[in-house]
Structure formats: C-alpha cells, structure tokens
Design a protein around this ligand. Structure first.
Ligand SMILES: Nc1ncnc2c1ncn2[C@@H]1O[C@H](COP(=O)(O)OP(=O)(O)OP(=O)(O)O)[C@@H](O)[C@H]1O
Length: 233
C-alpha cells in the first residue's frame, strides 16, 4: 500500500518562512484532508510537494523514493499528480484532447470516463464551452490517466454549486477507494471531513491538528478554534 510521507518540511516564499516544519502522512486508500484559513500556507504546501516551488529543508518520500530534490516531471513519473487551483483546462481543445494531453502511450482514457461518465457525451465539446463543474471534472480526470499513486487536490470546489461539489466529493472518495492516496485541500470543511479519513489543520505554516476526520466533524467549535488560534481562545 502506498505511503506518502512528509517530514520537517520548511518552505519559504520571497525569503519568508511560510511552511514551518510540517509533518504529514497520506496512505493509499485514504483521503487526508488539509484545512486552514486563508493564507495558512495550504497552496504553498501542495506546490512544494509537486515541485512547483522549492523546499528549504525536510523530506518528501513516496514509497521509499525521496522527491524533494527532483524536478516536477520526475516527481510525476514516480506517481505524484497535482490538481492545481483554478481549473486549468485548455479552452480551445475538446474535452477528450484535454484528457489526452498528459497521456502516456500505454495509458487509456477508460478510467477517466469511468470516474466521470458524464464527460463521455461532452468528449467532442471544446473545454472552454463546458460548465465550471465539467471543467473541474476534466482536470481531475486528466490527473488520473497515468495511474498516479498520490493525488494532491487544491480547492476543487470554489465557485461551484453544492450539487456539483457533492458529485466531485463522491468521485474523490472513489479515487481513494481505488487505492490512491489523496491529499485534499478544501474550503468546504464539513463536506471534506465527511468523505475524509485523516484531518490536518494548518495555521501559519504549522500543523495544529492531526487526527480523525470524524472526530473533528463532530466538534465544529473545536475546528473553529483551530482555524483562529489564540484569537478564539
Ligand atoms: N508568490 C508568492 N510570493 C510571496 N508570498 C506568497 C506568494 N504566494 C503566497 N504567498 C504568501 O504565503 C502565505 C501562504 O499563502 P498560500 O496561498 O499558500 O495560503 P493558503 O492557505 O493556500 O491560502 P488560500 O486559502 O487563500 O489559498 C501567505 O502569507 C501569502 O501571502
């Protein structure tokens, strides 16, 4: 079973420490939910894992392979996939062309369409013409065509209607049930905790909660205090 293990991670932005000694473990078959208020460092954390920005120190280990010094493409080849914020489809290309962009010659689109069968009837539509929810489906589906072991998902729900968000959450649960280790950064804390296994709360670049999703979901007041820190004490 996949183990994605991050330890003592430190990341700076413009010379300022943003991630300050983070430990996190994500296991295959599980959703690790990462919560935290705006500016806590969630996007910076995911970007440092996939190699978009460099780490200052610490380790990023995927099933015994150390990733922290590898380029983004090499990290992807070891099985790490990153669904970035902002639904970055290629608008002039069709749904299917978008799905094929990152496809290895020996891979196929079956799993992408199994995850989101609704994309089949939209396969020849230009991605720029799709709804926001459909575009998010394309981006998530594209992230699995090369069979990653780990998927990092950043704010997939922003600006989408609740019924679409629920649909996406079900799909993300399906990915974990298929054995992938999912790290889910999400503003809709209650929805994410409902499908997740392990929860982490990040505040000012440090983990202030590491525990069960269900326990945190049962105690919204605790979650609120974790978000706000001393200000809520
Ligand atoms: N390109 C950058 N250069 C310098 N500082 C940055 C840059 N991007 C983000 N930061 C700073 O790093 C900190 C963490 O930002 P980050 O976007 O990682 O937080 P976040 O938890 O993802 O927030 P949000 O929920 O708003 O996306 C913030 O203080 C932010 O101002």
């Amino acid at each position: 079973m996949t183990t994605f293990s991050i330890g003592a991670l430190q990341v700076d932005r413009s010379g300022i420490p943003v991630i300050r000694g983070v430990d996190l473990e994500a296991k295959g078959g599980e959703i690790s939910v990462l919560l935290g208020s705006n500016g806590a460092g969630k996007t910076t954390f995911l970007e440092s894992l996939s190699g978009i920005i460099p780490v200052r120190s610490g380790f990023i280990n995927l099933d015994g392979v150390e990733l922290a010094k590898l380029r983004p493409g090499a990290r992807a080849k070891t099985g790490l996939s990153h669904v970035e914020q902002g639904r970055t489809v290629f608008p002039a290309m069709t749904t299917e062309e978008n799905l094929k962009v990152a496809l290895h010659p020996d891979a196929d689109l079956k799993e992408a369409y199994d995850l989101f069968p609704e994309l089949l009837q939209r396969r020849n539509v230009e991605a720029g013409m799709l709804s926001g929810g459909e575009q998010q489906m394309v981006v998530i589906a594209r992230s699995i065509v090369n069979r990653p072991r780990v998927i990092l998902i950043d704010e997939m729900s922003s600006g989408l209607a609740p019924v679409i968000v629920s649909r996406l959450m079900r799909a993300v649960r399906q990915l974990a049930d298929d054995g992938i280790a999912v790290v889910l950064v999400e503003q809709f804390a209650a929805l994410a905790l409902a499908i997740g296994n392990r929860a982490y709360v990040l505040r000012r670049g440090q983990i202030v909660y590491d525990g069960d999703c269900a326990a945190l979901a049962r105690d919204p007041a605790h979650l609120h205090r974790l978000y706000l820190g001393d200000a809520a004490a």
